[in-house]
Design a protein around this ligand. Structure first.
Ligand code: HEC
Ligand code: HEC
Length: 319
């Protein structure tokens, strides 16, 4: 048994006894009492300095005049002051310039994570790889419908995209569909037969997928010669795409393949800049009052789209 320093026999008791155990009247330890007084003092000091007592409208203000919302606003202002020089620089940089500037690239990528999570991950998955079979394109591979150049990616985001593969169930015979499904499978393995190619050409598939079936960026048509699938390499899924197409209003079983538009305004601007460069003019000379009517829809700002374009480009599939 432990030594009882306070010699219980010499200490008074409260007169309570339970099962032969007496309750003594030892004073509390000094350190404990000091801590108690000190914490009481802290409460009083806090009460005087900070808002504490709830009243009907608000609370006592405290001598320091501190409020949570004020502290939040000060912090926010500090963050914005630190970001302002970067944001200003981004507003005049092209996406290629951002890619070539490591510091700006790091900043753009760092501030895109939340942006991407809020606006894109629901369809394209965190990190650009959607759930299998979800029907959204993977943004991390080297296979692009509309192009993996950073400008093309920016345009995909700004303007949105809509797939144009038509339904063929009323155009093709059942055997032709079977042969074309086989052609697509063979083509992805690099062993398509001559008869397959002939049918592919005769049925007009080449008009969108290209003479060599490797896809045409301007149309967003899928590459049919590789093993990266927009939808699936499964035989039944290929058949479904050929029979019902995508976004084909005349077919109830058509697939939905719509990328929302994030900024009509920025899409118009990107197009105007591209035309100016094509015509050998200086894009900085463009008269935006002339180009923009002012009522273009904008769900993300041009800076946000630039950030997302380099962010997506850095997923690994960028060209
Ligand atoms: C509602 C779902 C949805 C959301 C949200 C969405 N996308 Fe898309 N995105 C699509 C679909 C579907 C396509 C393919 C369109 C097609 O098949 O023609 C696509 C295509 C793309 C492409 C072109 C891919 C290629 O292969 O050329 C890029 C780049 C892209 N999205 C980036 C983004 C970014 C960045 C965001 C967030 C701002 C975003 N998407 C938000 C559904 C979505
Ligand atoms: C009017 C243009 C057009 C024509 C004609 C067309 N396609 Fe397509 N096809 C597309 C587009 C665009 C896509 C990509 C769908 C999307 O936007 O998601 C596609 C997608 C596909 C896919 C899906 C590939 C994958 O990776 O999952 C297959 C398979 C396909 N086409 C086969 C055919 C065949 C076979 C024919 C001829 C009978 C044909 N297409 C005719 C435009 C066309």
């Amino acid at each position: 048994m432990a030594d009882n320093k306070n010699k219980p026999k010499q200490v008074g008791d409260t007169g309570h006894v339970w099962d032969g155990i007496r309750e003594l009247t030892n004073p509390c330890p000094r350190w404990w009492l000091n801590a108690l007084w000190l914490s009481g003092l802290i409460v009083i000091v806090y009460f005087v300095l900070y808002p504490s007592l709830p009243l009907i409208n608000g609370s006592t203000k405290g001598l320091l005049g501190w409020t949570q919302i004020k502290e939040y606003k000060e912090d926010l202002a500090r963050v914005e002051a630190r970001r302002a020089p970067y944001e200003d620089k981004l507003s005049v940089m092209t996406v290629e310039q951002i890619l070539a500037d490591q510091e700006m690239l790091n900043y753009a990528i760092g501030s895109s994570k939340v942006l991407y999570g809020d606006n894109c991950a629901a369809c394209h998955g965190t990190g650009g790889a959607p759930a299998e079979g979800a029907g959204y394109p993977n943004l991390t591979d080297d296979d692009w419908l509309f192009g993996g150049d950073v400008n093309e990616i920016a345009m995909s985001i700004a303007n949105g995209r809509a797939g144009t593969m038509p339904a063929h169930q009323n155009i093709l015979k059942v055997e032709e569909v079977d042969q074309l499904v086989q052609f697509v499978i063979d083509s992805s393995n690099g062993v398509a037969s001559e008869a397959g190619w002939a049918l592919y050409t005769a049925k007009g598939c080449f008009a969108c997928h290209g003479a060599d079936a490797s896809g045409v960026k301007a149309m967003g048509s899928a590459n049919l010669t590789d093993k990266i699938w927009r939808f699936s390499g499964d035989e039944e899924q290929i058949r479904h795409t050929i029979l019902h197409g995508v976004n084909d209003a005349s077919d109830k079983e058509t697939r939905v393949a719509l990328m929302p538009q994030w900024s009509e305004r920025y899409a118009v601007m990107l197009e105007a800049i591209a035309y100016a460069i094509e015509d050998g003019e200086d894009p900085n000379e463009i008269d935006w009052d002339d180009e923009l009517s002012g009522d273009e829809a904008e769900r993300l700002t041009p800076i946000e789209i630039k950030k997302l374009a380099v962010y997506v480009h850095q997923f690994g599939g960028g060209e």
